[in-house]
Design a protein around this ligand. Structure first.
Ligand code: MLT
Length: 325
């Protein structure tokens, strides 16, 4: 009996030692950063900038893998089931907080199947249209959409995406509804907006800024309380005739539930360094956004924020009845 006990204790000590060794050596191979939308979109843009910097700090490649579909929930489900060893991480946005209400049969728990690492950035959204859309300002945009609701098409990245959320709130605010055209991300959606195959969209400045500045698409408002420095000519929705219309898209990094604390600490540290990286800050500024304050790039800050956002958006979505399933 004593010998068996001794062997068991020795086995546990060995296993614990091996785990501690693995954690102290982390990362031992490249890291996959799942982005739940197609390449070339606003979430992908944020992810690749952060991943590039984290690779330098972690001394292993952080490779972005785009897993699009169903408003970001397919990518989220993939991460929820991934090995909790720190070599799969997740960059997602406000959709992590809206999916639990939008999808009544979600295949994962948005809080309990993930370990929060930290918040990344808050991105303004812009109400935009194809280049030849027949409206010169937001008031004319609203009148035209309402008068042509059976003709106008609205692009989004699927139910659960930020572009879907903004569109749902916009249609509710102006008292109409139009045909939506879902894409695997607003990267591909932007291609169709530029080509005139789809009429309007509400998307993040990280995807719309360059197209607005080039004049290839029309922009009517930013959805933030204040104007955006990189788009000084664009009024806020409030100024342009849509009072109290505010939507900002926050992004964050997660790991699968069970990822060891020392690994989460290394990821948190690499994220904080990325948010101070000169290239990241400059590109964020050019695209209308900025990194969050360091005290928000933490597991506790993200855990608190995610819960508050689920509680905030739940009643709004239920009131709009915008369920996906
Ligand atoms: C969204 O609409 O949620 C995202 O902007 C989609 C994307 O990043 O492609």
């Amino acid at each position: 009996m004593k010998l068996t006990l001794l062997r068991t204790v020795a086995g546990i000590a060995l296993m614990t030692g091996a785990m501690a060794h693995a954690q102290s050596d982390y990362p031992t191979k490249s890291i996959t950063m799942i982005v739940p939308f197609a390449a070339g979109g606003p979430t992908d843009t944020v992810a690749r900038l952060v991943a590039q910097s984290m690779s330098k700090t972690l001394k292993q490649q952080v490779i972005v893998e785009n897993v699009g579909g169903a408003g970001g929930t397919i990518g989220a489900a993939r991460v929820a089931k991934a090995a909790p060893d720190g070599h799969t991480i997740f960059l997602h946005h406000i959709g992590q907080s809206t999916a639990p209400t939008l999808y009544r049969k979600l295949s994962y728990d948005a809080i309990n199947d993930f370990e929060p690492v930290g918040l990344v950035t808050d991105v303004p959204m812009t109400i935009v249209a194809r280049g030849n859309f027949p409206a010169k300002d937001l008031k004319e945009f609203i009148n035209y959409v309402k008068a042509n609701k059976d003709k106008v098409t609205y692009a989004n990245a699927g139910v659960g995406s930020a572009s879907h959320l903004c569109g749902m709130l916009l249609m509710s605010a102006i008292g109409t509804d139009v045909t939506t055209v879902p894409y695997k991300g607003t990267g591909p959606a932007m291609n169709d907006l530029l080509g005139g195959q789809v009429d309007i969209m509400c998307d993040q400045t990280t995807n719309t800024t360059s197209q607005i500045k080039s004049g290839k698409i029309k922009a009517y408002a930013v959805t933030t309380k204040n104007k955006v420095a990189s788009l000084p000519e664009l009024p806020t929705a409030n100024e342009a005739g849509l009072p109290n219309f505010e939507v900002a898209v926050w992004h964050a990094v997660y790991a699968p539930k069970g990822t060891p604390k020392p690994v989460i600490a290394k990821l948190e540290d690499a994220l904080k360094i990325a948010l101070k990286d000169g290239t990241v800050k400059q590109r964020f500024a050019e695209l209308g956004t900025e990194p969050v304050a360091e005290n928000r790039a933490t597991p506790d800050a993200l855990r608190t924020h995610l819960k508050a956002e689920i509680d905030k958006w739940g009643p709004i979505i239920k009131k709009a009845g915008a369920y996906a399933d």
